[in-house]
Design a protein around this ligand. Sequence first.
Ligand SMILES: Nc1ncnc2c1ncn2[C@@H]1O[C@H](COP(=O)(O)OP(=O)(O)OP(=O)(O)O)[C@@H](O)[C@H]1O
Length: 303
Amino acid sequence: MPAVVVEDLSKEYGRLRAVEGLSFTVAEGEVFALLGPNGAGKTTTMEILEGFRDRTAGRVSVLGVDPATGGRAYRERIGIVLQSAGFEEEFTVRELTRLHASLYPRRYQPDEVIDLVGLSAKRDARVKTLSGGQRRRLDLALGLVGAPELLFLDEPTTGFDPSARHRAWDLIHRLRDLGTTILLTTHYMEEAQQLADRVAVLRAGRLVAVGRPDELGDGGRPMSTLRFRLPAGISAGDLPALAGKVATTDGLVEATTAWATKDVHTLTGWALERDVELVGLTVGHPTLEDVYLRLIEEAGDGD
Ligand SMILES: Nc1ncnc2c1ncn2[C@@H]1O[C@H](COP(=O)(O)OP(=O)(O)OP(=O)(O)O)[C@@H](O)[C@H]1O
């Protein structure tokens, strides 16, 4: 049974359609990332799955439960790391982590969790004295101390310095190894590439694409990136029309395309005809960020 099933989910805030006809599933033990620009509907979707927001239409099942009616028994099985949780400022890190642990029937050792998130040195510090990044790590500790079967991570490393981010990634890998299903949102494509087994790209409340980070493409077609130097005496406007999107920066032409074979054929045919050399021509694998930007841009073409 999948850990999460979302079918034709919609959410309206008054006249605003924040989520529209969204469907996806997440397998047990999978790390699944929701990606999308600001306002795409990621947090709304996460909150509906967490059971903190009602939905307008659609079917949702998480760990075999409808979060809207799962109540406390459901909440004890999930962990939530919010973008900015309100803390009890006077508590110490250890006190607050212990308090949270006591709310859950299954739990990890609070001190071990504090070590895991890299807050050992701040164990006895009051929450109000923590830096922004340290607070985010405490968010993480509180979200996972209840040994959740499914962990929701909303932008888990925003505000982390690079080494803290890498440590958080290690931690998330470890949680996955323990069998925890993880749903995360992030604006860092490298993070999604590092962590997620699969990603879903949302735009304006709709699903644009879903798949493994290295296979994500246009309508299921994987993407490639073509690169070459603009030949001398040729301007970007002289190049033939390609199926992919072309950008020229400082004389370097880059095309992200789901039709690499066709576009290479068009380009080389054009170059041979004009007897120009496409210096440095490569066909490579685009980064998730390249693909993401392309998908978002294309999805916005109808605006
Ligand atoms: N409580 C609310 N009342 C009215 N509109 C809301 C509410 N919460 C969110 N929205 C709107 O719904 C849309 C989706 O918001 P949501 O927070 O789900 O986006 P997001 O993808 O998480 O964005 P971000 O990347 O900025 O966190 C936005 O247009 C937002 O303004």
